[in-house]
Design a binder for this molecule. Sequence first.
Ligand code: Z5A
Ligand code: MG
Length: 252
Amino acid sequence: MDPLCAAVSLEKRKRTHTLPLPLSPCLPAISMRRGALIVLEGLDRCGKTTQCGLLLERLRAVSTAEPQLLKFPDRETSTGKLIHGYLAEGQQVHDRAVHLLFSANRWEKSDMIREALLAGSCIVCDRYAYSGIAFSAAKGIPLEWCRQCDVGLPEPDLVLFLDMPPGASEKRASYGEERYERTDFQERVKDVFQELQQQEKERGCPWTIINADQSIEEVQRDINLAVDACLESCNQGKPVASLWSDESTPAP
Ligand code: Z5A
Ligand code: MG
């Protein structure tokens, strides 16, 4: 059995007993042939940021290359500052212009993502292009127009959709502080996410749906199961693909 599979199967055995799941200190971390791009998506307050942090911690234990966490929007870059003004400070920006800003905010990171994956680092992404489409199409912008801006970004190896009824998230902390945090709008966003999910399934890139309406530990357990399978396939030389495009970069 190759070392990654050994680490992963040890993890699977441990899972039945304890959560969270630290690797045995005796087991050396694995040098991955290439890293995996793992995206967490879902409606507001479904637990994406919480689970991204937990996943990062776990990947640190499995791999020799440092895993990285990206959060979109990245509010620190120049495009991110404009986005933050729009989301949190009520600044007015044309719907299509703000869509382009969100997309640009991802493109700024695209070379870095590809290089890190090829160097063996896993990347955990807190929202990605799917949020970009879902929130803009929910405002009435045509879905295909929204998608075009993100064609060619690094394609995720795993999309984990944290599924939760829109009403349930209202009970969670800080709900309602930003633009978009209204149940009627979140219902429309969920409809677009469902349409995207169906389209991705039809093109052979199905999302993994995680029930987010359970405890943090239970959600983490379900995520870990899906991530294990994804790491195995990346380590077997799956190329780094481009989203909604035929281009790809072979794994080293
Ligand atoms: N947006 C867009 O329009 N276009 C784009 O291209 C992109 C984004 C990328 C800001 O995003 C907005 O940008 C977002 C979409 C839009 N607007 N909306 N809606 P953001 O990611 O910065 O949003 P946020 O403010 O971080 O919210 P969030 O990410 O949706 O929350 P979350 O990360 O999913 O949840 P959390 O922070 O992990 O958890 C929320 C609370 O629930 C917290 O107190 C946790 O302790 C608690 N929690 C977490 N898990 C559980 C469980 N399992 N049980 C109970 N409590 C829990
Ligand atoms: Mg978040």
